[in-house]
Design a protein around this ligand. Structure first.
Ligand SMILES: Cc1cc2nc3c(=O)[nH]c(=O)nc-3n(C[C@H](O)[C@H](O)[C@H](O)COP(=O)(O)OP(=O)(O)OC[C@H]3O[C@@H](n4cnc5c(N)ncnc54)[C@H](O)[C@@H]3O)c2cc1C
Length: 374
């Protein structure tokens, strides 16, 4: 029987972090991942400076910095039909080391995290989508599409914004009001955007461009499904994309948050528990931090070998609410504006006329001292 202390479903930043830290504490951990690794992912590829505290804990900071990546030196904000504004990005210092915003391909970043989880003792199976979940006498049985089964007292659902586990366990309604879609492509880098992280507000959505180095850039666009075709055409013209590129898509962009991220031995972390608006590029950092938070709670209060307790559930629910409760007001504001593109297109030019306000907001998002990272 494939019996584990903990089964982690999904090897994104949340799942690999949680698995690595639990395995490090001696737990018998299995990560089940649907995709074949390494895999690309719809994401802006931007690491917020708050990630470094967790990457330090995982012993991965140097390895991440050694990946093909760039450190943007400026934020460029623009609104279609208006001039653009450039704000310098200043890396902050924390415990005598510099912590920067960094652009890294998710394909490389996620593969590194999963490999680290294995080095720290977790087992990893990719190409293994979980399809069903059942509980027999306090033991969860996870079934893969192949029919194989795995067993554990605890399951971590780190399977992203369309979490199968959350849906099977009715942690949230599968329906969501958000009709927006996100698309992403790696494109030839427009030379006039060297070293810049560019956010652009279009008439019917927004987009972000990040310099990946080696002549490539990441371009993400977010809009209502009906407007996406038009937005894509506008962005392709704006960034002079003349060769065919592969666009990947993801939906929904947001969803109602889960009522209880911990219940009966099922724990949700990362996007599976709560999705943050892509505009501010904080999703990976919240995924890493919620994965680490969950590992700490699972390994301390009662440990992984004892049966799940309501104390553990409550501790995680409270800590999770606290993690997301603070500092997300800018993110929520960008979500509101993105859901109301006309208001965004009217108000954004006002921001361009107030560089100090835009600079303040940028610093708030890019300064981990403003977040609850220890
Ligand atoms: C357009 C867009 C741009 C973004 N840009 C940024 C950015 O620049 N910076 C940033 O910080 N955040 C960004 N985000 C958010 C970021 O991508 C997510 O917050 C982050 O990936 C969440 O990590 P996670 O580990 O929770 O889930 P994911 O990264 O989604 O990982 C989930 C994993 O679970 C696997 N999985 C799914 N279903 C199953 C199953 N049934 N069985 C087994 N495995 C399964 C998936 O294959 C995947 O590997 C962006 C999001 C969007 C939509």
């Amino acid at each position: 029987m494939n019996q584990y202390d903990l089964i982690v479903v999904g090897a994104g930043p949340a799942g690999s972090t949680c698995a690595a830290l639990c395995a490090h504490q001696g737990g018998r951990i299995m990560i089940l991942e649907a995709a074949r690794f390494p895999r690309d992912k719809v994401c802006g590829d931007c690491l917020n400076p708050a990630v470094w505290a967790i990457l330090d804990r995982l012993g991965l900071s140097s390895a991440v910095r050694a990946l093909p990546s760039t450190v943007p030196s400026t934020m460029r904000f623009s609104v279609s039909g208006h001039h653009e504004l450039e704000i310098p990005i200043v890396s902050t210092t924390c415990s005598a080391s510099s912590i920067e915003e960094r652009i890294v391909r998710r394909r490389d970043f996620d593969a590194l995290l999963a490999a680290r989880a294995c080095e720290m003792g977790a087992e990893f199976r990719d190409g293994s989508p979980v399809t069903t979940l059942r509980c027999h006498s306090g033991i969860w049985e996870v079934t893969l599409a192949s029919g194989e089964t795995y067993h554990a007292r605890r399951i971590v659902a780190a399977d992203g914004r369309n979490s199968v586990i959350a849906r099977l366990q009715r942690h949230y309604s599968p329906r969501t009001k958000d009709g927006r879609i996100g698309i992403q492509a790696h494109i030839p880098h427009p030379s006039d955007y060297d070293g810049a992280l560019a956010m652009r507000i279009y008439r019917n959505g927004y987009g972000g461009l990040a310099d990946l180095g080696s002549g490539m850039a990441n371009l993400c666009l977010v809009a209502n499904k009906d407007s996406m075709k038009e937005l894509r055409r506008e962005a392709e013209l704006y960034y002079r994309i003349s060769t065919p590129v592969v666009w990947r898509s993801i939906t929904p962009i947001s969803r109602s948050q889960v009522l209880a991220p911990a219940r009966n031995g099922i724990y949700l972390c990362g996007d599976a528990a709560r999705v943050v608006e892509p505009f501010t590029g904080e999703g990976i950092s919240y995924a890493l931090r919620s994965g680490a938070l969950l590992a700490d709670i699972l390994c301390t209060s009662g440990g992984l070998t004892s049966p799940p307790s309501s104390l553990q559930d409550r501790s995680y629910r409270l800590a999770h609410a606290q993690l997301y409760g603070r500092n997300l007001w800018i993110n929520r504001l960008t979500r509101f504006l993105s859901e109301h593109p006309r208001i965004a297109h009217l108000t954004a030019p006002l921001l361009l006329r107030h560089p100090s306000l835009l600079s303040f907001l940028t610093k708030k998002v890019l300064n981990p001292k403003n977040s609850d990272v220890e």
